[in-house]
Design a protein around this ligand. Structure first.
Ligand SMILES: Nc1nc2c(ncn2[C@@H]2O[C@H](COP(=O)(O)OP(=O)(O)OP(=O)(O)O)[C@@H](O)[C@H]2O)c(=O)[nH]1
Ligand SMILES: [Mg+2]
Length: 483
């Protein structure tokens, strides 16, 4: 489905990865091409704008890790942003394995699943595919119920599919209306001890008020745990509009994108999550009853970019650098050494770890002390400012902070866009941290740290917190994406 997009992105980004250094202008030019590629793939304009803005912001602020080129770094940023756009979490690639059911069955049996969508979108076929999948892979007993009394032989169609895949369908009673069939379906699902009951509905347009009223009445009766909108990937942006209006009128919990095997340009898949706020859960990849796949954001992003090797290269490089730095820092701290370079690398590591309060809260003994830490002390801007101050120092000053006297302070303040008072504060903080490292060495390591955390709210508090961070293992996954 994404062939054209993959080709375009591939050529833009591989040009970048081959360059040694990147200027802001290179990134801007590349982003212009990425933007065109996304628009041509029929991705909704607001989604494209947002995507480009996020990637550009991250690409410019990104520090480069040795052993990868800036261009490779940009590929990784684009990748992570794609994953996010598709509803995934770049830091948690295993969030939903490919062998997950794909839909949420976490409710008392029989779990009701309602299938809705436009005419011919693939509701009936998809119902059979899902039922088949749940029954064979997840050992669920599924009952299928057709509420399509509009199209001739629609109920027979489901019955035939049911036979093919060995899934029970509710016996057809000629002339019965949708709500009555639904009621009968529910009671059959209960008495027959089914795990899941799927309701296939007639295709309808959201502008057809009578039919929309009918489906909401069915919804109120069967109280579906999942209401899946089945929509055809081939209809591009219209699929997104359809999803929006079904969501407003019926309320959907997820989307199944069909005909992903066709030559759709991919825009629907890419904009759906951002525009509707609902995830694509599954995708239909053919007419056969087993042609159904989990919509896995990581995988799809990988497929679109087709640069998995670059992405994993960057992930590894970043993980290595972090690991090396953390180990070096821990070793130095164990010796009671802690200069401004060490402070800088700690600042950078902490920032990469994302939500600092969340992470600090995990450390035993710190949760309590955390309550006293002012939010401003954990504000990313504060860290950035501290980082800027240290970066404005010469190597000698970083190694031997004692040489920093008045005129040097003024120079550093000017260089980092701060004030002499800010520089003084940082130096004081560093001194407190250094003292603590020395004390810690005497007291025998990190175990002593919690006891020293009592005054976390005081001026040395943040220093104390950061002192503890260097020896912590980094939480899994690459430290990119969210900042
Ligand atoms: N290639 C391909 N064809 C599909 C896919 N899903 C459904 N189809 C085909 O699309 C056609 C319509 O599918 P149905 O399941 O009958 O669609 P529907 O939404 O139930 O249609 P109505 O009940 O008339 O609204 C059938 O020929 C299916 O085989 C898919 O993922 N890929
Ligand atoms: Mg149908």
């Amino acid at each position: 489905m994404f062939d054209t997009l993959t080709d375009k992105l591939g050529s833009v980004l591989s040009k970048l990865t081959r360059r040694g250094a990147l200027t802001a202008a290179d990134v801007t030019a590349a982003m212009r091409e990425v933007r065109v590629a996304l628009l041509e793939a029929d991705v909704a304009l607001p989604v494209v704008k947002d995507f480009i803005a996020k990637v550009s912001e991250k690409a410019v602020g990104e520090s480069v890790v040795k052993s990868v080129t800036p261009g490779q770094m940009v590929v990784k940023i684009v990748h992570d942003e794609l994953v996010t756009m598709l509803g995934g979490d770049p830091e948690d690639p295993g969030a939903m394995g490919l062998d997950a059911p794909g839909i949420d069955l976490n409710a008392p049996a029989p779990v009701a699943v309602l299938m809705v969508g436009l005419q011919g979108s693939g509701k009936t076929t998809t119902s059979a595919k899902i039922a088949h999948r749940l029954q064979t892979k997840f050992k669920k007993r599924v009952l299928m119920v057709s509420l399509d009394t509009y199209r001739p032989a629609a109920q027979d169609q489901l019955a035939i599919l049911g036979k093919q895949v060995n899934v029970v369908t509710l016996p057809i009673v000629a002339g019965q209306q949708p709500l009555d069939i639904a009621r009968r379906g529910l009671s059959e699902a209960r008495t027959g001890v089914f795990d899941v009951v799927m309701f296939d509905t007639a295709g309808r347009l959201t502008i057809d008020d009578a039919m929309m009223a009918e489906v909401t009445a069915v919804r109120d009766l069967v109280k579906p745990h999942e209401t899946l909108l089945v929509t055809d990937a081939m209809i591009g942006q219209d699929a997104v509009v359809t999803a929006q209006s079904f969501n407003e009128k019926v309320g959907i919990t997820g989307i199944v994108l069909t005909r992903v095997d066709g030559d759709a340009r991919g825009g629907a898949a890419l904009s759906m999550r951002a525009v509707t706020g609902r995830p694509i859960k599954l995708m239909g990849v053919g007419e056969k009853t087993d042609a159904l796949e989990i919509f896995h954001p990581q995988r799809i992003a990988g497929r679109i970019l087709g640069m998995g090797d670059v992405v994993s290269l960057v992930e590894k490089a970043v993980a290595n650098v972090d690991q090396e730095k953390a180990e070096k820092l821990a070793a130095r701290m164990a010796e009671g050494k802690f200069d401004l370079n060490d402070m800088l690398s700690q600042l950078q590591q902490i920032q990469r770890m994302g939500d600092m309060k969340g992470i600090l809260g995990l450390i035993p003994g710190i949760g309590q002390a955390m309550k006293q830490v002012k939010d401003s002390q954990l504000d990313p801007k504060t860290f950035k400012r501290l980082e800027a101050i240290i970066q404005s120092m010469t190597p000698k000053e970083r190694r031997l902070p004692d040489v920093i006297k008045a005129s040097r302070k003024q120079r550093i303040a000017t260089g980092s866009g701060t004030t002499v008072a800010d520089v003084n504060k940082l130096l004081k903080q560093h001194q407190q941290m250094e003292t603590m490292m020395k004390r810690m060495k005497k007291m025998g390591g990190i175990g002593a740290l919690a006891g020293m955390m009592g005054g976390a709210g005081g001026p040395g508090g943040l220093g104390g917190l950061m002192g503890g961070m260097g020896t912590l293992p980094r939480p899994g996954g690459p430290p990119f994406g969210r900042r």
